[in-house]
Design a protein around this ligand. Structure first.
Ligand code: SF4
Length: 336
């Protein structure tokens, strides 16, 4: 039986089994997308800081707080294991303020029994059964297959930009809150892009880490004739796995588990997509910065780590570091 609410927008802090939410008839909202796409996203951070969130804390968490408070969300799902412990404190603050909350966990041990239990508990909370969830998975998988085409058009056909790839793949966490509309948008893009001539890049880049808070990173890279042909986490959000079972799908999703699973996939994609260098984006005050050490030791192409704090265009120092990195990659190719 589906639960009904007057306001049926359910926000979440990172990708969750969205099939369950669609089966429940609620509208899933990836609060990260609402925050970063807001015209006044910096104001969202200021609002959270005025409420009491520390200045030296990740801006995404502060942005999510203001989205939850201001954007008509009726319940927030916090991923308290497998993403970020800040999400737990965020959930507690929201709960204290009267927001309905639900916590979801990805098991660190990647045990099939544990992810099954997490998803089954979520299904129970939203009052949905396995059949309706499977139907939603089938419907979303059809769109995910189209996203795979966009991804192939990025790295094989070379007719999709890194920013377009980012936009479509990152939107797969909540399908723009409306899968039918999102699918029409994807279809129109696939038709439009087919007519393009391939890009004449000098460099092929991989982008790894959480999506950028910088507003112009992809444009700046394009200006240096360096196109992103792999967006790691966004690629994961699009669930490119062809799994029959929802449990298997959310086990293969590398982002919420240990760094070693992510590294194995990153290495495979570097080879497959013929990547010259990697931009590793990290967020200020994020524990994931530590993982750069492990990635650097495992990956055999040059890596530039970029750190961002608030939503803004690239600052002069970061631009200079990117330019030097691109020049170094070009000279490695003998093109400098
Ligand atoms: S960027 Fe890092 S600190 Fe911020 S919400 Fe994501 S995982 Fe947490």
């Amino acid at each position: 039986m589906k639960k009904s609410t007057n306001n049926n927008k359910v926000g979440f802090t990172t990708s969750v089994p969205v099939e369950v939410l669609f089966a429940a008839g609620v509208i899933p909202v990836d609060m990260n997308n609402l925050f970063i796409n807001a015209a006044d996203s910096s104001r969202y951070i200021d609002t959270a800081e005025l409420t009491g969130f520390p200045r030296n804390m990740c801006s995404w968490i502060k942005g999510l707080y203001t989205v939850a408070m201001e954007c008509g969300i009726s319940e927030v799902i916090g991923v308290i294991q497998g993403d970020c412990s800040n999400a737990q404190a965020l959930l507690e603050v929201l709960q204290e303020g009267g927001m309905r909350t639900y916590s979801f966990s990805y098991p660190y041990d990647k045990d099939e029994r544990h992810i099954r239990l997490s998803i089954q508990n979520m299904m129970k909370h939203y009052g949905v059964g396995g059949k309706s969830v499977a139907r939603e998975k089938e419907r979303l998988d059809k769109i995910r297959r189209k996203l795979r085409k966009i991804d192939a058009m990025t790295h094989k056909d070379n007719i999709v930009s890194g920013c377009e790839n980012h936009h479509y793949l990152v939107s797969a966490t909540d399908f723009g809150q409306d899968p039918d509309r999102f699918e029409r948008d994807v279809d129109a893009f696939l038709v439009r892009v087919k007519e393009r001539a391939p890009f004449d890049d000098e460099l092929r880049l991989g982008y790894i880490g959480v999506p950028p808070i910088f507003t112009d990173l992809y444009d700046f890279l394009d200006g240096g004739r360096a196109r992103v042909v792999y967006n790691e986490v966004q690629h994961q959000f699009s669930m490119p796995y062809n799994c029959g079972s929802i449990f298997e799908q959310y086990l293969r999703f590398t982002y919420p588990y240990d760094i070693f699973g992510r590294v194995a996939v990153i290495k495979k994609e570097i080879r497959k997509r013929k990547i010259d260098g990697i931009i590793h984006y990290v967020q200020s005050f994020c524990f994931r910065q530590i993982e750069d050490m492990i990635i650097r030791r495992a990956v055999d192409v040059p890596i530039l780590m970029l750190e961002g704090d608030r939503p803004m265009a690239l600052d002069a120092r970061t631009k200079l570091r990117v330019e030097v990195f691109l020049e170094m990659l070009k000279s490695r190719q003998g093109q400098g």
